[in-house]
Structures are given as structure tokens and as C-alpha cells.
Design a protein around this ligand. Structure first.
Ligand code: GRF
Length: 237
């Protein structure tokens, strides 16, 4: 679904009693998926993870989803030694998403680039977790590049997925200060700790209707009351 506007509702009047139906797309270890599963099971996040799509059969995220009895679709990028093209992947993923009817699609460590047709026709808005303070450091190897540039601040962002890589509106961010001793491995671990708080917080804002991703544009009066995005989460490490 193309997201035309993003609104915030600090009165929180849009909260619904139905859990938000969430599909999570993964490629790797799935530690962020696990955080969502734990919060769902603990009852601290009003969501139902209705399915997980993995483009890797061997992703540990798949084991985590199975352990939580969440339906999994494996759309492996390699089958019988043949690479599955993105078009085929997207056709299968679309069928699966339409069957699950999510309210929100979360890309959590999902490593394939999706086409604009897929994003626009998806049955729900899509958000992505990215390990940098966007718009800085789009793409891969963010920790290494942040160190090489001598940055003092780093962190992670959650943004709306659009056809342009890591370029959609940034909804939320969590920030950390670099120390002179940090290596890329240290940063990966420190940023991932932030992600584990930023992701459930952002999904909570969406589930409660504090943040909403709309099709219709806001009028000028509604716009005037919008707090500036991204919303920042300050976390003591
Ligand atoms: C995260 O650190 C995210 O920033 C990056 O991939 C990682 C996924 O981790 N894009 P996990 O699979 O959730 O453990």
C-alpha cells in the first residue's frame, strides 16, 4: 500500500480493541522478530503476528516463528540450485500477504529489495528497520561507514518503505553516542539493543493509533497539529 500521509494522534482516540494483524519479513537471525513475539505473548503489545515470510530457509528467524506456532512461508531465494527472481518472489509473497490480510507489514532484517509495484499493491503499509540515523547512511555496512566518517552519533531508524531504498518517511529513531573504543562489531551490538526497544515502541504507537499511516492526505488544520517526525526514543544504555 502506498502511504500518502502520516499522522500522529496524541489524544490516542483511534485505539481499537482488535489486535493489529502483523506480518514480519525476515532473512536472518530474527532477534527483532523475537522481541515482537515476546511482547505479543506477554500481552504488552496489542498485535497478532499472523505470519512470517523468510527468503532464507536456514534463517534462525524461521525456527523462532515455528517455536511460537506462527505460520511461516519460506520463499527461498535459491531452490534446487536455481535463484528465485524477485518477480517470482513477489508473486508468491503477494498471494501469501493477501491470504493473511495484515494491517501492517514489518521488514525486520529482510535483505531483498522490493519493487514499487509490490509495495504499492501490498494489502497494508510497510515499515523497515534500518541501522543508521536516516537519511544518513542508507544501504549496507552502516557501522563501518559511521566509524570511518568519525561520527559522534549513530543509531537506528524505522521508516515507511517506498520504492527508493531506505528513503521513505522516517517515523522513529533511537540514538547513541560513539565512544573512541567502538569497533564495527561493538556498534552492531549496541545498535541492535536499541532496535529491540525501538521496534516494539513504534509498533505500539501504530497499534494504538498514536501514529497512523494513511492513504488520504491530511487537511491544513490537521497538519498544523502534527508533531515533527521522526519521533525520538532516548534510551539509557
Ligand atoms: C538488524 O540489525 C537490522 O538493522 C538489519 O538486520 C538486522 C536484523 O537482525 N537490517 P535480526 O534478524 O532481527 O536479528
Amino acid at each position: 500500500m502506498a502511504v500518502d500521509t502520516i499522522s500522529t494522534n496524541t489524544n490516542n482516540t483511534a485505539a481499537t480493541s482488535q489486535p493489529l494483524r502483523v506480518v514480519v519479513l525476515v532473512s536472518g537471525s530474527g532477534s527483532n522478530l523475537q522481541v515482537l513475539i515476546d511482547a505479543m505473548q506477554a500481552g504488552t503489545l496489542p498485535i497478532e503476528i499472523v505470519g512470517v515470510i523468510s527468503n532464507r530457509e536456514d534463517a534462525y528467524a524461521v525456527t523462532r516463528a515455528h517455536a511460537a506456532a506462527i505460520p511461516v512461508a519460506i520463499l527461498s531465494h535459491v531452490a534446487n540450485g536455481k535463484r528465485m527472481g524477485i518477480k517470482t518472489f513477489e508473486r508468491h509473497a503477494s498471494e501469501q500477504l493477501n491470504a493473511w490480510q495484515p494491517d501492517l507489514i514489518v521488514l525486520a532484517g529482510f535483505m531483498r529489495v522490493l519493487s514499487s509495484a509490490f509495495i504499492d499493491n501490498a494489502p497494508a503499509p510497510m515499515i523497515n528497520l534500518h541501522p543508521s540515523l536516516l537519511p544518513a547512511y542508507k544501504g549496507l555496512d552502516t557501522h563501518q561507514r559511521v566509524l570511518q566518517a568519525g561520527e559522534q552519533l549513530h543509531g537506528c531508524s524505522i521508516h515507511v518503505v517506498t520504492a527508493e531504498l531506505d528513503a521513505g518517511t522516517v517515523l522513529t529513531q533511537a540514538v547513541l553516542s560513539l565512544t573512541h573504543k567502538d569497533t564495527a562489531d561493538d556498534l552492531q551490538k549496541r545498535v541492535q539493543k536499541l532496535e529491540h526497544q525501538l521496534l516494539p515502541w513504534t509498533v505500539l504507537l501504530l497499534a494504538k493509533g498514536v501514529l497512523s499511516l494513511n492513504k488520504a492526505p491530511l487537511n491544513a488544520q490537521q497538519n498544523a497539529f502534527m508533531p515533527a517526525l521522526p519521533l525520538k526514543l532516548y534510551i539509557e544504555e
